[in-house]
Design a binder for this molecule. Sequence first.
Ligand SMILES: *Cc1c(COP(=O)(O)O)cnc(C)c1O
Length: 356
Amino acid sequence: MSVSSLDISIKKVEKSRIGEIDPANIQFGKNYSDHMLIAYYENGKWGKPEIMPFHELKFSPATTFFHYGQAIFEGVKAYKDPQGNPIIFRPYSNWKRMNRSAERMAMPDVPNDLFVDGMRELINIDRDWVPTGEDTSLYIRPFMLAIDEFIGVRPAEKFMFIIITSPAGPYYSKPVNIYVQDQYVRAFPGGIGFTKAAGNYGMSMYPTMQIKKMGYDQILWTDGFEHKYVQEIGTMNVFFVIGDTVITPDIKQDTILEGVTRESVLTLLREKGVKVEERPLSIDEIEAAYHAGNLKEAFGTGTAASIAPICSLTFHEDKMTLPPVETWEITNWLKKELAEIRYGRKKDNHNWVVPV
Ligand SMILES: *Cc1c(COP(=O)(O)O)cnc(C)c1O
């Protein structure tokens, strides 16, 4: 039975693979649900989307995205509510962001019903793949690729929009050790830092590999001009609690990705009456706060990890170790509050949760 008015063709698997999953030991990104959604864009319009068994794709070696990286993606999660029904967290925000990425990458807009209703239909069919355990979810990966079979450089004309989903177990949220990066940069004004373009991830692999060898978990990226203003950690937005104020870099520049989790955290903090500032924040200010005993808490936010506490920050020779995470009031409250809303255990006053 269809859960939306989207015109979609559906071909189901003969036998589900769900039995291959050990519900007590789900590893992130290892298993994909029975079905996927595919839609093609050609001659200036999207064709009828199809939901079909998860399968491998075949491409000509000359296909555009292999060579020139016209590829963008999103990350969304579905949860089971207390009644056992799948609910999706803020898919409309991801839809809007996908189209901001698409515009900058010269790719077509994805219609709202293709993105959100397509996702709802897919999850309705694969609802058994939304795990029920504490801290589990179904990770949803919508993405778009340029698929012209043409090796010349020009914006493509044919595209493919795909959604795959993957059950995710409890995210191991060991606090992270951060290395402040002042050599490599993630983004610069006028670039694509605000988009979820594949290339943003590709360029981060080498610097990340270097700091992992040194024993750190993630990079705190700084700005491209002065290597002074903090931007994001790894692929998460970043927050610092200095005194009684929560500070996160502002998104007036286009170097920071506007996280859905970031926006949710800002909303919840403001409603609770916590002092919040979105503004440029320099590593010097963080260091000074630390040495004055005012750096209380620090965390990253993103769909995959939700809230990731930071236990240390290393800038050149200066290793700043934060107080034990158990003592942090704001971060621990946020983590709990966000989970209550995402799992449908608490009244959703913001219309963030979309039923399947
Ligand atoms: C996806 C992403 C985030 C987090 O965004 P959410 O919408 O909260 O998942 C933050 N920074 C970067 C660079 C990202 O790609």
